[in-house]
Design a protein around this ligand. Sequence first.
Ligand code: SAM
Length: 303
Amino acid sequence: MPAGRFLLTDQPVVPGMELVLPDDLAHQARDVLRLASGDTLRLLDGAGGEYPATITAMDRKRVMVRVGERVAGRADPTVRVVLCQGMLKAAKYEWVLQKGTELGVAAFVPLLCERAVAATEEASESKRRRWAKIVAEALEQCGGSRLPELAAPRPLMHALAGMPPGTVAMMPWEEAAARPLRAALLDAAAAAGGVASVSEVRLFIGPEGGFSPGEVALAARAGAIPVTLGPRILRAETAAIAAATLTLEALGALDAGPPAESPYTDKRDAIRHAQKLVRKHVPKDRSLVDELIAERRAEAERE
Ligand code: SAM
């Protein structure tokens, strides 16, 4: 994965433009990743697009980049996986947001449930900003390019209502002698005409105290399929990530897929990057370094 992948959604990014990076990204590029003038990084628009950008100027005050053509980022899972999670304590929910984003979850919906320990109606502005930062960093790190949606906390009934056609709703329930998630999902997909006809899978995970029998009945009436995640009682955050992984795997979204596009603009850029790495990591004995570079340069000229 290219070193510098930065989400940039609060200012226009246009191919060919010279852009001064916001201070926090400039700090990341200059001081953390130690990129230099001529190096390339990636700007993500959070909507599936990525812009290779070459650093054209860098000093203590600013980092300037020239923006390249927009390219499609790594493919998102073809089926939207929506994680409806009974409200958890802050750190646990943030863990679910980070791991779920890495996996490719498309949307997170915190649920207000009867047995939720953290039954806060509103997610404060600062909490929402923190959630947004967590999913942004996870997206940059994992190679994804579409930001997951972060919904405001809502009652279970609301998350059950208005499910778009082609949605398969499943409720992992530890008390149910239910079918394993994968088998139930593939059966539901087959009944709907195959995986290709499933546009969304909505997963309902209970809070730490679990769903109440009334909530389970409500979900069943709304068509949610009770499923098991195995004989052991998983913590709510573990159950969320286990259910998302099993769902994405069953839908083929965890298959390797095509390799990511090269982070370098061309062969020369790749060589320059290699030279930098060699200089950084190979001992001062220049003969070896020069030999390597001469070899690569000769190869490039032969092309
Ligand atoms: N009700 C239990 C309790 O009172 O300790 C446990 C709830 S569990 C910690 C939280 C949520 O994780 C459950 O509501 C369910 O959605 C999910 N879960 C945990 N283990 C599960 C399993 N083996 N099968 C299905 N769902 C499970």
